[in-house]
Every structure is written in structure tokens, then in C-alpha cells.
Design a protein around this ligand. Structure first.
Ligand code: SF4
Length: 323
């Protein structure tokens, strides 16, 4: 596991100290199908105000997500809990690396209040990696879920978690809190792990997803990858099979975009037609749902997709019952 600690005090903290020594990577020009408008709408400004007033962190901002204008206009934001500093240093990620801050005991309540104020039917909660905590932050995740349930019981809850690697019992704590959707992203194909996601283990992530279903089959499971990181098509198809072996319901596939020159380069821009083809293949492999497009992100359209997931499960159960 890679845990990077920035121990030099009294100077401005670099956002990515572990990447500072790396050579600049060539930045490819984005194709037309990737371009997005700058966020300016009234809905965007209102969401921003609610996020700031509750002192919340969002992955929408931290990851520099290209969909922020569209999502925030519709009052859909993904809250990032347990601070804005991550203990890992993945080569694709724009979240800052370093020593994380102490957990905020008021955070579950603040998130729940914001969810209520925004009137969310479906909320997505994610976090930084907290390898420094004994349970990897599992109990804090559970507290956030419970606080949202208490404040606004009709809201469905989706969590996007770290891998809780070497944190025995952590997964069980989160599953017992009964989120509606448990998402854990594989991020990329196994051959890229050493360079793209060095602190993680591919088969541990697969096993984690499988274990969620074993513990509670009623929870929808979901996982996503970025493409354009140098993967081969056959590797993506193999990864789909691995996810299906773990009984994962929903897969997302989106184009990787390079946050800075120090991050992993975009190897190529995958065409919209190739994304469609991945969606077609994924559906034939048995996922209840596959979202695959250049701007697909784990939490993009998550509320609408949750409704589709429920409908797809009901249709499948109906079919099984009718046989
Ligand atoms: S896709 Fe997800 S991370 Fe991006 S702006 Fe929308 S909610 Fe935020």
C-alpha cells in the first residue's frame, strides 16, 4: 500500500507532493465530444451556496468533474466525507494527498441537513481513502448513512467507498448500515494497477464487491472504470466477466481525463461508438444496467439510474417467477 506523508511544515502544502518530481506528461487536445460548458446557472449557484454553508466537501469540485454544471444545476452533488486529503496517491486522481485531518464528529449531521435542504431523492456519498484509521472510516460511513435515514427517510442512499484494504470487519460495518447502492470502483483493468492505482489490489476490489452481495443480496452493487488509460478492449471485456462473477449489478464506463501535467497521461480518447459497443456487450453479459459514454462518471445521473436499476431487478425477478 502506498501511503505518502508530507512532513515538511511551514510552507504551502502542495496538492500532489508525491507527483512533483514526475516529468510533465503530454496533454492531448480534447475531441469535440468531450467539451462541456462553464457552470453559470442559478441552480448551480444555489447548490454551491448550500455546500459552502454546511462546510461540506464534494468530489465534484475536488476531482474537477466536467459534469459539475449539469449536475449542480439539477441539485445533484456527490458529498465527499472524512476530509479532503487522501492517504493514497493514485496516478489519475486530483484529490490532494497527505496527512488527513481528524474526523469531524458533526459531519454526519451536516451531510444529513444538506440532503434534506436540497430535497434529494437520491444521494451519493463518497470519501477519501483513510488508511490511517483502524476501520478505514467504516463507522463514519455508517454514521452518515444513519443520519441521512433519520433526517430524510425517503431519500435513497448510494455510497462509493474505498477498498478498506487490510481493515478486518470494516466492510461488514458499512453493509450493516444498509445503503441502497454499494459502489466501489475498479477504476481500470488489472494490467494498469501498478501505474494507475498502485495502493490497491484488483482482486481485493472484486472480492469486496462479491462480499457485499453475500452479506446482503438486497443491496445493489455497482462498479466503474475509466478508459483511455492504455487498456485493451479484450481486457475491458475480461473485467466485465470478473464483475459479473462477483454478481455486480451496474457498471459505469467513462473517459479518463488528465487533471494536471503530472498525472497519468490520456493514452487516447475512446470514441462514442466504442462506448456504445461496451454498453451493448455489458448488457449481454448480464448487468442490470451499464452506463457507458465519454462523460459517464460513477455518480452521473445516479438518481435516474437507481430508478432504472430497481425496474430492471423487478423485471428480472418477474421473469424468473414466471418461468
Ligand atoms: S458526475 Fe458526480 S462527481 Fe461529477 S459533478 Fe456530477 S455528481 Fe459530481
Amino acid at each position: 500500500m502506498v501511503t505518502v506523508l508530507d512532513l515538511v511544515n511551514n510552507r504551502p502544502k502542495a496538492r500532489h507532493p508525491e507527483k512533483a518530481h514526475r516529468p510533465d506528461q503530454e496533454v492531448l487536445r480534447k475531441p469535440d465530444w468531450i467539451r462541456v460548458k462553464a457552470p453559470t446557472s442559478k441552480g448551480y449557484a444555489e447548490t454551491r451556496e448550500i455546500v459552502k454553508s454546511h462546510k461540506l466537501v464534494t468530489v465534484c469540485e475536488e476531482a474537477g468533474c466536467p459534469n459539475i454544471g449539469e449536475c449542480w444545476d439539477k441539485k445533484h452533488a456527490t458529498f465527499m466525507i472524512m476530509g479532503e486529503i487522501c492517504t493514497r496517491a493514485c496516478a489519475f486522481c486530483n484529490v490532494a494527498t497527505g496527512i488527513p485531518t481528524k474526523l469531524d464528529a458533526n459531519e454526519p449531521d451536516s451531510v444529513a441537513k444538506a440532503v434534506k435542504q436540497m430535497g434529494l431523492q437520491h444521494v451519493v456519498i463518497t470519501s477519501v481513502d483513510r488508511d490511517d484509521l483502524k476501520d478505514g472510516g467504516a463507522e463514519h460511513f455508517a454514521e452518515v448513512i444513519r443520519a441521512i435515514r433519520a433526517a430524510t427517510p425517503q431519500t435513497t442512499i448510494e455510497i462509493l467507498t474505498p477498498d478498506f484494504l487490510r481493515k478486518d470487519g470494516a466492510l461488514e460495518i458499512v453493509v450493516a448500515a444498509k445503503p441502497d447502492v454499494f459502489n466501489h470502483n475498479l477504476e481500470t483493468v488489472p494490467s494498469n494497477y501498478l501505474t494507475v492505482r498502485p495502493g490497491a489490489r484488483y482482486f481485493h476490489s472484486i472480492r469486496l464487491l462479491q462480499r457485499v452481495k453475500e452479506l446482503d443480496p438486497s443491496i445493489f452493487t455497482k462498479s466503474g472504470i475509466m478508459v483511455g488509460l492504455g487498456e485493451e478492449r479484450h481486457e475491458v471485456l475480461q473485467l466485465m466477466d470478473d464483475l459479473r462473477t462477483a454478481n455486480v449489478d451496474f457498471m459505469t464506463i467513462g473517459q479518463y481525463l488528465q487533471p494536471t501535467k503530472k498525472h497519468h497521461p490520456v493514452k487516447r480518447f475512446v470514441t462514442p461508438e466504442e462506448f456504445e459497443s461496451y454498453a451493448t456487450v455489458g448488457k449481454t453479459k448480464g448487468f442490470l444496467l451499464v452506463a457507458s459514454s465519454p462523460l459517464t462518471r460513477s455518480s452521473h445521473h445516479a438518481g435516474d439510474d437507481f430508478a432504472k436499476l430497481r425496474a430492471a431487478r423487478e423485471a428480472k425477478l418477474g421473469l424468473v417467477a414466471a418461468e
